[in-house]
Design a protein around this ligand. Structure first.
Ligand SMILES: O=C(O)CCC(=O)C(=O)O
Length: 275
């Protein structure tokens, strides 16, 4: 993270990183996401189920080890969590040196991955605005101290195709990670004052603090919006996936086996980083 990026992240609560992934990586990830979408759509309504404390009732896929919820109807989305278990083509994002250099600049101490979701957003779908200061929830707080930026939870979104505003752009209200009052506006990102759509190209990434007010503009296009989201935070924070909220990360034995020690350490809370 260079000085300009650090300044902008602190000032605005997010940065857009152009050309984060090369074109071979983008096409490999895009194929993996397309195949996983087809698989998830076939199994979404089947047992076994895993109820999220946040409400949704996720399908836990015994074959590929992911959790999925939603539908491909107009206006809907599917979210596929723990996608690492499903396909080794995602491994390129586990301990990616460029990503980790950014994370090291904004999370103090040992950082781990605490969230993994593929969002597939169909025509008419929007992601409601959320984030910003909530007195009852300091879990995702943004702070700055003698060690510099000190985020509790951040997310990197990787884009595997271009996304314009009307194709369901990720959106933010810059600077709201530093607000002190709960947001008085509803959850509609298309109408929220100050909300801006971040248009990106395939291969770009967006890094933001979860304390920033953010959402996803309505997808008014025929293109289904597909993105890969990976969350990071201090090592003691457990899973922030909806299906496994505040539990240990759901990583299958075969996934752990295929990774090296440094990749495994990214999913180990507490003090154990080896073995
Ligand atoms: O990309 C979107 O539509 C919303 C994403 C989001 O809310 C998140 O990653 O926290």
């Amino acid at each position: 993270m260079n000085d300009v990026e650090r300044y902008e992240f602190d000032r605005q609560g997010y940065i857009v990183i152009e050309d984060m992934l090369d074109s071979d990586t983008v096409s490999s990830l895009a194929s993996a996401v397309d195949e996983l979408e087809v698989h998830a759509l076939r199994h979404l309504d089947e047992p076994p189920r895993k109820a999220s404390p946040w409400g949704p009732d996720y399908h836990r896929n015994p074959e590929l080890g992911y959790h999925a919820d939603g539908s491909n109807e107009e206006g809907r989305t599917i979210i596929i969590e723990d996608f690492w278990n499903a396909d080794e083509r995602f491994d390129v994002l586990v301990n990616d040196p460029r990503t980790m250099a950014y994370i090291g600049g904004i999370v103090q101490g040992r950082a781990t991955i605490n969230n993994s979701e593929i969002r597939i957003r169909y025509r008419g779908n929007q992601s409601g605005s959320h984030g910003g200061m909530r007195p009852e929830n300091q879990k995702y707080r943004y702070a700055f101290n003698a060690g510099g930026i000190d985020c509790m939870m951040v997310r990197m979104i990787y884009f595997i195709h271009d996304v314009s505003r009307d194709q369901g752009a990720f959106s933010v209200v810059p600077g709201t990670h530093k607000t002190n009052l709960p947001c008085p506006h509803g959850g509609n990102p298309d109408e929220e004052p100050g909300m801006i759509a971040l248009e990106v190209k395939a291969g770009d990434a967006i890094l933001f603090t979860e304390n920033l007010r953010h959402g996803g503009i309505t997808n008014r296009s025929v293109q289904v919006r597909k993105t890969i989201h990976v969350g990071y935070g201090p090592y003691w924070m457990l899973s922030q996936n909806q299906a496994t909220m505040d539990e240990a990360q759901y990583i299958t034995e075969s996934t752990f086996k295929r990774w090296d020690d440094d990749q495994r350490a990214l999913f180990k809370p507490w003090h154990r980083t080896r073995g």
